[in-house]
Design a protein around this ligand. Sequence first.
Ligand code: ATP
Ligand code: MN
Length: 481
Amino acid sequence: MEQKRIKVKDLLVSKAYGSEVNVKGWVRTKRGNKQINFVALNDGSTINNIQIVVDVPSFNEDLLKKITTGAAISVQGKLIESAGSGQTVELEAISIDVLGVADPEKYPLQPKKHSLEFLREKAHLRFRTSTFSAVFRIRHAMAFAVHEFFNKKGFFYMHTPLITGSDAEGAGEMFRVTTLDDKNPPLNEDGTINYKEDFFGKETNLTVSGQLEGELGAMALGEIYTFGPTFRAENSNTTRHLAEFWMIEPEMAFYDLKDNMDLAEEFLKYMIKYALDNCMSDLEFLSKRLQEEEKGKKADDRSMELVEKLRFVLANDFVRLTYTEAIDILRNCKPNKKKKFKYVIDGWGADLQSEHERYLVEKEFKKPVILIDYPKEIKSFYMKQNDDGKTVGAMDILFPGIGEIIGGSQREENYDKLVTRMNEMGVPTDEMDWYLDTRRFGSATHSGFGLGFERMMLFVTGMANIRDVIPFPRSPKNAEF
Ligand code: ATP
Ligand code: MN
């Protein structure tokens, strides 16, 4: 009789030598000779494989031929202490069922190293590689850590809408949602499309942020967070932008900018610690992979070892400085003076590009940096207006290798100031009346921020391209699978 299935992860730490167990999984490699075969089997529960030892003469030849890379098999076997170094247990096969073959002539994944670019085209199968299984196990752990962190703190998980009727935040960067017939849309007298006839009776889009609705929740429940998909039709084909990404947006009543910074730093460190405590074998694998990849680079250009980097961020306070201080540093730094930046910083008011953010983090401070008090012209209408009349209580958190990982602010709670700013910036106050009600009735200091989940994943896994930390990336000209 077949034993109950045991996952590879549990089997590898089992000491029940001599007992009979069943494992199911996918073949990574098979090697050996006419007498004995070694099959490395992985079931996704861990980065590590269980080695199956097969006494060739006692098995049907046709059956063994079907055990190729990618095939799914079920193995009944005896647990034995491993003779080989590195692993503690292996399985002596008693019987094997081939559940699903993988014709080696056709199976796209060979038992060799494939490039990440190749695997991106095979995203439906890349879960089966060590690299991507590690990345997506860590992704799960990070998502779990998000909920654990906020739940422990008494925040409420709030589901904000994905379809929105307001385009206050994302002018020009939004995906339209419509059920109108694109070949024959209803028209107004002036020839423009009549959205009154559309599904929602108005123009609707996919959300670029849940913040505005999040604020409504915070001004009643106290502390909330969102964690959901976000859509941006920005045509920026970078290694840090997706058209569909996941964002975590906490919003807190009675928090000022300092409280906001403290929470964000604690949150990022919590996630990093969670990864170190729960994902070490995957992190170690990714670290080795990274070091392998950087072998060709000069010592100066190599990044800090992954686990060391995570521990370093955990152990150090983030640097906090104002935009104005940052501009002074940037204006006088070598790459700026030698015009090495693509965008040269010539004065106060310039928007910071990722090259500037990374200079501050990687060269100047060599630590995560929280930048606050940005010029109001380069930030959103809802940010708290500072007394200087020039800056707003924004905070961006910049991470090594990434640039901006968090964008947040204290929110303007004063009705008159908010409306004035909306008018100055051309944000329609009539459409946003519901938002303004929070400032009309029981307004109070409040703050929040947005963390791009995939940017955090880039940092924790050390992967270089954001398309490699989300299962099925959506980016310009790419919505495969
Ligand atoms: P960036 O300047 O890098 O485009 P942003 O200023 O547009 O970022 P926010 O609108 O503040 O970003 O969004 C909050 C967070 O969401 C960012 O700090 C980042 O981590 C993440 N983020 C923003 N746009 C994207 C994107 N297109 N793909 C993935 N993550 C994103
Ligand atoms: Mn952007």
